[in-house]
Design a protein around this ligand. Sequence first.
Ligand SMILES: Cc1cc2nc3c(=O)[nH]c(=O)nc-3n(C[C@H](O)[C@H](O)[C@H](O)COP(=O)(O)O)c2cc1C
Length: 200
Amino acid sequence: MVNFTMAQDGSVIKLPAPQINSGKLLMQALKERQSIRSYSTKPLPLQTLSDLLWAADGINRPESGKRTAPTAMNQQELDIYVVLVDGVYLYEPKEHALRTIAKGDFRPLCGKQDFVATAPVNLILVADYVKMGKLDDEKKKHFAAIDAGYISQNVYLFCASAGLAGVARASVDQEALAKAIRLRPEQKFILAHTVGFPVE
Ligand SMILES: Cc1cc2nc3c(=O)[nH]c(=O)nc-3n(C[C@H](O)[C@H](O)[C@H](O)COP(=O)(O)O)c2cc1C
């Protein structure tokens, strides 16, 4: 179960190694991929959270540091903020770990739909425009949106593969959320993705 009660701001929580020999076959996961909006409040086991984040955008080729999701010009501009019942964490792919950003239950700020406040996990996909160099803002917005789509589809397929529920969400009060997860002005909200166990 995910319970990081000892974690302080800035502290890093190492995730267990992802289980890469698990889950349904890709064709079966594609058959079952769907948006689900009813969630159990049951937290995800730490191993499942680890597998989810690695599938979403973990490093799958350590020799090059490249990821499960592609990015335009390999800029790797997207960060995943992980909003759990007890705090906000930043996924650190190199360490396969979570960095504590803020303690407290920020789930109600993750979206306008009721299930968002009670589902165990909300992933917030954030583009860091600083990592996108000299591109103009229109191109940054364009590439960041495409790149977030790949991560979101990885999450959808992982959920289908692992028997979890998930839904991509753009309907978010971006200003309130940015404040809660302490984004810098160059960091832009792109998409949220709720994940949890489906209601039986
Ligand atoms: C960019 C994007 C934004 C979305 N935003 C929301 C949202 O804010 N709330 C929601 O409930 N579903 C949202 N969805 C999910 C879509 O409504 C869903 O994918 C669509 O109805 C098709 O259903 P399916 O995913 O089960 O095939 C979003 C999907 C995408 C790709």
